[in-house]
Design a protein. Structure first.
Length: 255
């Protein structure tokens, strides 16, 4: 009787261990890729509770959340032969869990290598000015190439962003001088445009005053009023003869 109880207890324990080992739980963002005797089952398991056959089944968990991949700094020679050091960040997620496990050994390392080589290749085809001013366009090109390369692995690359562009100090000084010269050029152009517009207005005013001499006298009187407001004690100004003619010329008594 005692031996039978011991055997029964051992049997119950084995069954409990079997059941505990067979029960698996996958979170909402996880999927379980099941290999049964080495063969891939067609449908991933999860989320929630499911049963595996101990010894027969082997499960690989796959995270479906968006993964942030930091691309390490890469030394790049731009199209105009400027050495720069560039790093980037890529955001991707797994859309086909089975392919991410079966088609590539380590999808994270493989995606990182693809991103690094693509970054060097694409930036080497652009000028430094394009790299600095057309970053959105280059990001779109990088995203398209990396997404196409990783698509067979069940990966969807959503965003690729260039983070930092390190330029040699000598090139930075040259760019600063270029920017300063460009600002001076624009300032001179604006100043010359202002002088040209002012001269055009003065020309128009001269034509108006030439046609209307009375307007010239009124402008002269206005100038005298403006001068009188200054703190100067002595003001010397020319008096046009035209203003004095009515006082100088006396009417003839014979007429």
């Amino acid at each position: 009787m005692t031996a039978a109880l011991i055997v029964l207890g051992i049997t119950v324990l084995i069954v409990l261990l079997f059941v505990i080992g067979a029960l698996k739980v996958a979170r909402e963002y996880e999927r379980g890729i099941i290999f049964r005797l080495g063969r891939l089952l067609p449908h991933p398991k999860g989320p929630g509770l499911f049963i595996l056959i101990p010894i027969v089944d082997r499960m690989v968990r796959v995270d479906l959340r968006t993964i942030t991949l930091n691309v390490p700094p890469q030394d790049v020679i731009t199209k105009d032969n400027v050495p720069v050091r560039v790093n980037a960040v890529a955001y991707f997620r797994i859309v086909e869990p089975s392919n991410a496990v079966v088609q590539v050994e380590n999808y994270l390392a493989a995606t990182s290598q693809i991103a690094q080589t693509t970054l060097r290749s694409v930036l080497g085809q652009h000028l430094l000015d394009e790299l600095l001013s057309e970053r959105d366009k280059i990001n779109s090109i990088l995203q398209g190439i990396i997404d196409e390369a990783t698509s067979p692995w069940g990966i969807k690359v959503s965003i690729v962003e260039i983070k930092d562009v390190e330029i040699p100090s000598s090139m930075q000084r040259a760019m600063a001088r270029q920017a300063e010269a460009e600002r001076e050029r624009r300032a001179k152009i604006i100043s010359s445009e202002g002088e040209f517009q002012a001269s055009e207005r003065l020309k128009d005013a001269a034509l108006v005053l030439e046609k209307h001499p009375t307007a010239l006298q009124l402008r002269y009187l206005q100038t005298l009023i403006e001068i009188s407001g200054t703190p100067s004690t002595t003001i010397v100004f020319p008096a046009p003869i035209d203003l004095l003619k009515p006082f100088v010329e006396q009417p003839s008594e014979d007429s």
